[in-house]
Design a protein around this ligand. Structure first.
Ligand code: SIN
Ligand code: FE
Length: 312
């Protein structure tokens, strides 16, 4: 697992040496795409102290926050705020909007090769203690998994996430394991990849693709989910259910201290969160055409293993 601590990047100036900014950016993209973690010990963009304090006070003032709070930048919509506190919800909305904007500017500069093509997905605020959370089995984040979104198929695009630990005193603790390419090499067949490859060429899929636009017009989305997305959703659950994988495969423990920020392709690096409270996160979907090392993408790795095209 490569873990790279970046110390020569500042929120105001970007890379310390402008002459090699482009090559540092490309190198950072490559590192992430190959399954590394980029780490900053201070938040590398503007995130005002009063905003962090407000976010933390949400949880402390009366447990009104029951789940993750999500922000959808494209529609400027906030989900999960307390319904009985419109003023607080308004402030929360402003903070999430500004966080999303600032982290996006930061990513577009740090990872400039992606800036043109990346799509902005949801942002989230995670106010609950992760240790001992009572979640449905497949939703448990303390089990090792790679991410896949049930409601937002990526069709081969990759899931890049930026996290910030805004806890004033306590580390956020993760475990990570060997990345997608070697993992899939060992487990994808066993997890049923040939079935998904067969589906890719089946008349059933052709039919679904033909009727999907009609169904989409009446609100039935994702009927034409790609074989890739089907497999990734299945693999997410399959890994969580696999006791041998959960208990016996090697893991590396990572500790993210207060103020730290980290970036990782969570569809590529198996991860679990063991403990920690108060984190911000922003997701980007990066299409294959923007990759600097496309052959490392889960889509290309899986296609290489089964010899079949898996995207739509
Ligand atoms: C996850 O993506 O599994 C959760 C990570 C976190 O909240 O730290
Ligand atoms: Fe995850």
């Amino acid at each position: 697992m490569s873990w790279v601590h970046i110390t020569d990047y500042s929120p105001s100036q970007g890379w310390a040496n402008p002459a090699d900014a482009d090559s540092r950016s490309r190198e950072s993209c490559r590192l992430l795409e190959e399954g590394g973690v980029l780490y900053f010990d201070q938040v590398p963009f503007d995130l005002p102290d009063p905003d962090r304090e407000f976010l933390r006070s949400q949880k402390q003032s009366g447990l009104r926050v029951h789940k993750n709070i999500s922000y959808r930048p494209k529609t400027d919509a906030l989900r999960g705020a307390a319904a009985d506190d419109p003023e607080g919800a308004q402030r929360l909305h402003e903070i999430m909007r500004s966080y999303s904007k600032n982290v996006t500017q930061f990513v577009d500069r740090l990872l400039s090769p992606y800036a043109k093509d990346r799509q902005l997905d949801f942002a989230s605020y995670r106010p609950l203690e992760e240790k001992g959370r009572d979640l449905a089995y497949h939703k448990r984040n303390d089990l090792m998994h790679v991410d896949a979104f049930p409601t937002r198929p990526t069709n081969g695009g990759r899931i890049l996430r930026v996290f910030v630990n805004i806890n004033p005193a306590v580390n956020r603790i993760w475990e990570v394991a060997e990345p997608f390419e070697p993992l899939a090499g060992k487990l994808a067949q066993k997890a049923g990849l040939p079935r998904y490859a067969k589906y890719a060429g089946s008349p059933g899929r052709k039919l679904r693709r033909t009727v999907a636009p009609i169904f989409r017009s009446i609100g039935l989305k994702n009927l034409d989910r790609s074989p890739y997305d089907h497999f990734m959703l299945h693999f997410h659950d399959w890994l969580k259910e696999n006791r041998d994988y959960q208990e016996k495969w090697p893991k590396t423990r990572l500790e993210f201290p207060p103020q730290s920020c980290w970036l990782v392709y969570t569809d590529t690096v198996p991860h679990s969160v063991l403990s920690g409270q108060f984190a911000l996160e922003q997701t980007f979907i990066v299409p294959i055409r923007a990759m600097v090392a496309p052959q490392k993408s889960p889509l290309k790795v899986l296609e290489g293993l089964c010899g079949t095209a898996l995207a739509n």
